[in-house]
Design a protein around this ligand. Sequence first.
Ligand code: AMP
Length: 175
Amino acid sequence: MTDLRALIRTIPDHPRPGIQFRDITTLLLDPAGLRATVERLADTVSDRPDLIAAIEARGLVIGAALAVRLGCGLLLIRKDGKLPGGTIAEDYALEYGSDRLAMHVDAFTPGAKVLVVDDLLATGGTALAAARLVRRAGGEVTGARFVVDLPALGGAEKLREEDIETHSLLQFDGD
Ligand code: AMP
């Protein structure tokens, strides 16, 4: 059984002092690790959504692979200013800084079932902004999936408070 935790590299003090950056690029480089990540995420999804809403940047990679595996479409949630069509946007706070996410306003018809995907859940601000965008466009958020959760930062709890069912493959506490 592939040890996903061992394939994730921790980079201390990136991008700011005090942040333990959990780097999944080493996991992506490993063929068995990449496949196991996608399979294990797929195993947590009982009802196939219409779309995976994948969050820039690393969420796009995981989300695209999961969408192919589940047989659903892929909705790109990008940093504001990147998408070419008409967009709606949400501001959010990060563990380190703040930013704005956007999606194409006409990406789906109201009622679409949408699963939010990112590489990592920290404070939950990013995933919540993505979920709000989907809801504003009339979509139904069926849940959120992550490779890594940092439980000390309370993101899963924040998502639960917004009725978003959440699952992560791994948790990292402290160092
Ligand atoms: P948050 O909005 O606080 O849940 O932060 C999650 C987003 O920021 C994800 O898109 C992650 O890729 C990134 N992120 C936040 N903290 C870390 C960390 N310690 N290591 C790696 N990525 C992080």
